[in-house]
Write a protein that binds this ligand. Structure first.
Ligand SMILES: Nc1ncnc2c1ncn2[C@@H]1O[C@H](COP(=O)(O)OP(=O)(O)OP(=O)(O)O)[C@@H](O)[C@H]1O
Ligand SMILES: [Mg+2]
Length: 211
């Protein structure tokens, strides 16, 4: 059975798709990995994956989620499945997603609205005694802003599991999505490699939690 890692959050635009692609990229270097795009209307992950003519940098394969429900053999031989969700799932759906996964990753940007969305995401998980989730802080503004660290320590103080690695803010993320390439392969942007490294460190942490 493949190890299933799901990326979900009640709030939209918090970095789910960016995280799903780059986690799949990291895991794809370690074992056969399939990224499933459950956001069938927007197809953001599929668009990014298919985006750039001739780009051969991806280390994983990708498919819309419904293709797996139609053909379970799609997951045959996979070591990892990474599920990019639509966002805005209701309480029961969030609990179910966690129960179906080895790890549920909840991205959150360090700004007020996202943090409120985070509380709404966490409530049903905590109520149901779900333990296999962890928050990833994304789009972290650079120093002198302390927003990322402040959120990390606030979560820790409340006993909420949070990844040590935070994903820094960089325009390379948007460029990578536009170009349909992995962030580290964005040309002419010196921050691209740094954000690629953030996602590698995060991938290492994910592995330590699913093994
Ligand atoms: N580290 C980052 N630095 C800069 N911008 C970022 C970063 N992470 C995400 N973003 C931007 O935030 C926006 C939302 O990112 P993304 O699409 O990954 O989130 P999402 O949670 O999947 O959104 P949706 O709810 O629409 O599916 C995008 O414009 C993306 O470029
Ligand atoms: Mg998305």
């Amino acid at each position: 059975m493949p190890t299933i890692v799901t990326i979900a959050a009640k709030k939209g635009g918090v970095g789910k798709t960016t995280t799903a692609l780059h986690l799949a990229q990291y895991l794809g270097n370690r074992g056969p990995t399939l990224l499933l795009d459950a956001d069938e209307e927007l197809r953001s992950a599929m668009d990014w994956f298919e985006g750039h003519d001739g780009y051969r940098g991806w280390t994983f394969s990708a498919a819309p989620y419904h293709e797996l429900t139609q053909n379970e053999q799609l997951a045959d031989g996979m070591t990892y499945l990474v599920l990019d969700t639509r966002g805005g799932e209701d309480r029961e759906a969030l609990v179910q997603l966690a129960q179906q996964s080895r790890l549920l990753i909840i991205p959150c940007k360090p700004e007020g609205v996202s943090s409120k969305g985070l509380i709404r995401t966490l409530e049903p998980l905590i109520e149901h005694g779900v333990q296999n989730y962890r928050v990833l802080i994304t789009d972290v503004p650079s120093a002198p802003s302390m927003d990322g660290l402040n959120l990390k320590y606030a979560l820790k103080e409340q006993g909420i599991p949070v990844f040590e690695t935070m994903i820094r803010r960089a325009a390379a993320v948007g460029k990578a999505a536009d170009e349909g390439v992995a962030i580290r392969d964005v040309k002419g942007d010196r921050y691209a490699k740094l954000i690629g490294m953030d996602y590698d460190l995060f991938g290492q942490e994910v592995l330590s939690h699913v093994q």
